[in-house]
Design a protein around this ligand. Structure first.
Ligand code: BG6
Length: 516
């Protein structure tokens, strides 16, 4: 039975110059199999994303969903769980008709991820859907499990002859974290690529699905005015912040092994850096864009053990007031050992050693339990060489700063200096601003909505390639190793604050952290 998930009113998708027009292609008929189907990610992100895609008419006419997880339950139980998750986490209140259509064909396969019978059952269901359809259907396997299962699942898919078809596409979507070190990432790449071709593999970094991150490319490459300034001659420094007011949100066993550097810098923040620093790609194809990002990562020298203390700061939060409540310190959180040295805050000073950027510091900082949630990129231009007029009565004159606000107040602002009205020549900074909310008056889709459809279409532009992942690890690995080996240099900051005072030491030449 064909499942028409799209609403009849759905508009055809707009042409998107950033993906070379690929977005105009409809999503082909697909069966999506989610491994880890009862986990947090599936409930909070994947199922609501599927619902919202269906609501927007963006799923293919023939779409099937199969959930795989350990817990014993039947199809009906799983459908009920899906409905609950969608009702709770969807960005819009679900419409009963759409919900019914999305859920009526959902199947569930219980079992261990290394159990062959699970794959035999999957085979049966997948073949059954194709017989009903009378045509081959593409297959996308989404690995939303604990990372220790990624390689075993891929290998089982290979053994069960589910990894390749001659008459349809098979794709595998792999969640983060992709390894916890360079060695592990290489090994995982090796095991995945022993079964799948790189063109079938979609490694998720959900920041790439964010509208504002994609807008970085539009901003840089569709506006002529910034390119002449976008280099070491005019830019003084770049500051990338990913601050959160939340703590570890019950994820103690994951977080205490990961820490801030692995959790956010190794992936999301290095991706943001790449978007700022990359050369314009010749074409907006997956290979064109990813080739340029890899070149940026390769131009960042790998930190040396002797150099790491001067280019990095790590810290842990102590008790304080964050997100509107009194909160415990990190080592008092449930499940965290009292002597943990895992960092909940990390800041780095990186350089991109190429002709465009040599000598320009890129400051990256991220942390849990900071003053508020804020992700932004601030590009500070060099100050004017000489201010010709008197500054009496002037207020805080600063170099021009361009702030690309990723979340929550999505937009772009440029600080300029203007004359204060009056009889004196006094000046102060003013802001020119573009805000998504007021310019577009529409809600942006969640990152996962974009990423799921791109993966089903086979467009890998917004996914991380094997060499890109390894290049990211090459930068972070030496720091991870040094930090794990000693408690020395681990600072503290109060929950709800701006972070550790030691972060100031990373900055040079009068550079300043922006307020969080
Ligand atoms: C995830 C991290 O990748 O990103 C989380 O594991 C973090 O610790 C989250 O909270 C932040 O994502 P976003 O989209 O809320 O900025």
């Amino acid at each position: 039975m064909a499942v028409a998930v799209g609403r009849p009113t759905a508009k055809p998708e707009a042409e998107n110059p950033l993906t070379g027009g690929l977005e105009r292609l409809p999503v082909p008929p697909t069966t999506l199999v989610i491994f880890g189907a009862t986990g947090d990610l599936a409930k909070r992100k994947l199922l609501p994303a599927l619902y919202n895609l269906a609501h927007d008419g963006a799923l293919p006419q023939r779409f099937h969903l199969i959930g795989v997880a350990r817990k014993e339950k039947d199809h009906e139980d799983y459908r009920r769980e899906c409905e609950e998750a969608i009702r709770r986490f969807s960005r819009r209140p679900p419409d009963a008709d759409v919900l019914k259509i999305v859920l009526e064909n959902v199947k569930y396969v219980p079992g261990l991820f290394d159990d062959e019978s699970v794959y035999a059952e999957l085979h049966k269901l997948l073949d059954g859907f194709e017989q009903q359809a009378g045509e081959p259907l593409n297959r996308a396997f989404y690995l939303a499990t604990d990372p220790s299962f990624f390689a075993p699942i891929v290998e089982q898919l290979g053994r069960s002859k589910l990894a390749h078809r001659v008459d349809a596409e098979v794709r595998v979507i792999i969640e983060k974290p992709f390894g916890t070190s360079l060695e592990e990432a290489r090994e995982l790449n090796r095991r995945v690529l022993a079964i799948f071709d790189e063109s079938q593999v979609f490694r998720i970094d959900h920041y790439l699905g964010k509208e504002t991150v994609q807008n970085l490319m539009a901003f840089r490459f569709a506006n002529g005015m910034f390119e002449p300034l976008w280099n070491r001659n005019f830019i003084d420094y770049v500051q990338i912040t990913a601050a959160e007011d939340v703590g570890i949100e019950g994820r103690s066993s994951y977080y205490d092994k990961a820490g801030a550097l692995r959790d956010l810098i190794q992936n999301h923040m290095l991706q943001l850096l790449c978007h700022v620093a990359m050369e314009p790609p010749v074409s907006f194809t997956a290979e064109g864009v990813r080739n340029e990002k890899v070149k940026v990562l390769q131009a960042i020298p790998a930190p040396t053990p002797e150099g790491i203390p001067a280019m990095s700061v790590r810290a842990q939060y102590t008790k304080g007031h964050a997100g509107g409540e009194d909160v415990p310190g990190y080592v008092e959180e449930e499940g965290i050992p009292a002597d943990s040295i895992t960092e909940t805050y990390a800041a780095l000073r990186l350089e991109v050693d190429n002709w465009r950027w040599a000598g320009v510091p890129f400051y990256l900082r991220t942390g849990k339990r900071l003053a508020r949630k804020l992700t932004e990129i601030a590009v500070t231009l060099k100050p004017v060489p000489h201010l010709a007029f008197s500054q009496a009565g002037s207020l805080g004159v600063q170099a021009n700063q361009l702030v690309l606000s990723i979340q929550p107040n999505e937009g772009v602002s440029l600080s300029l200096v203007a004359k204060i009205p009056g009889t004196r020549m006094a000046i102060r900074p003013v802001i020119m601003e573009f805000l998504y909310g007021t310019s577009f008056l529409s809600q942006s889709p969640e990152a996962y909505e974009r990423l799921i459809t791109d993966a089903m279409r086979g467009d890998a532009t917004l996914f991380t390639r094997n060499d890109e992942i390894e290049a990211q690890w090459r930068i972070c690995d030496p720091i991870v190793k040094l930090w794990a080996s000693t408690r020395e240099g681990l600072s503290r900051y109060e929950a709800g604050s701006q972070g550790p005072e030691e972060a100031e030491q990373l900055l040079s030449d009068g550079h300043r952290w922006r307020a969080i």
